[in-house]
Design a binder for this molecule. Sequence first.
Ligand SMILES: [Zn+2]
Length: 183
Amino acid sequence: MFKGVGRKTAQRMALETILLSPERVNQFAASLTHTRTHIRFCKACFYLTWGDYCHICKDTRRQRSVICVVSEPKDVLNIDQTGHFDGLFHVLGGVISPLDGIYPEMLRFKELRDRIVATGVRDVILALNPTVEGDTTVLYLKEYLSGVGVSLYQLAQGIPIGADLGYLDEVTIDKAFEGKRLL
Ligand SMILES: [Zn+2]
């Protein structure tokens, strides 16, 4: 059910959960339901939040001139936890994958372009997974954002082909950001 969680770990978590006291199980279930009901997408970057804007967008200490573009909310979590990137994020909601029925108009490209134009962003770092779909999305964005006046960067090669940024370790992500290159 959870990508990146092995069978044994999943079994252990399931056993520990069902052996909780009935009160704790109810609390756990209520907490999940509450979260699912009230969580929503940030109006600026589409990361997850309880209010209109996420804690990252609201953090005034972060650089506002740099946006890191990712595919999924879990990528924000993982990259942010490294503490290496102090700009803002933009979650596309996936990558272009015609075979899976995901086309450019279904992703948040227009929101990204509008945001860049409206807020004067100077640098955009494309932090997409090194897969065929990720690379296709990078090429598409390079064309789509040409003319808006931003410098586009891609993360350093060296991330294993087919890897998922949402699950990479901090050192690998740090290295990828350090070695980012202009597109
Ligand atoms: Zn946000």
